[in-house]
Design a protein around this ligand. Sequence first.
Ligand SMILES: [Zn+2]
Length: 200
Amino acid sequence: MSESIKKLTELFAKFPTIGQRTAGRFVFYLIGQPKENVDELVQAIQELKKNISSCPSCFQSFQAAGKSVCDICANPARSNGLLCIIEKESDLLSIESAGTYKGLYFILSPLVSYRAHVNENLRLPQLKEKIAKGTFSEIIVALNPTPEGKTMAILVERMLKETPQFPTLKITHLAKGLPVGGELEYADQETLESAFEGRK
Ligand SMILES: [Zn+2]
């Protein structure tokens, strides 16, 4: 196999859920494409890295263009005392598209998905700082009902309980009903709505 094919296959294989075989299919698909399509893809990737940054307050990706925080964090109507802690950005997108929740978010994990080493790199110090600076009355722990999500929830609650300034914070969890082992990302709108409404 030529070096170019091998190299690109290895790069695609690092993408979430993409194995060697699918990575190879992407490469052969690109080989069959006209040059302008490939150039367009390369340019889109470069622009993504140039224009998109991570919101320093909730850590979702946003197009900065002169703004210091994302539209959700900047929206005064959303500072209603609720903070929802989620594992990753795709969970935020699912909750937003369900449309029920109107508070703020915090994305706990810098990784797209966890398979091991859950407690590495979690943004617990940043979460602590955000809560200390904010005026939150309720912290909604909306982590996935997976083994990794459960471990993260334990770490978050331990941090909240061990921080002396946070004893009056109400900590809630999404209602049961999300499929066990499933992820928020894949839950339908109705399930997410009732999980938020029935939180306790
Ligand atoms: Zn934000």
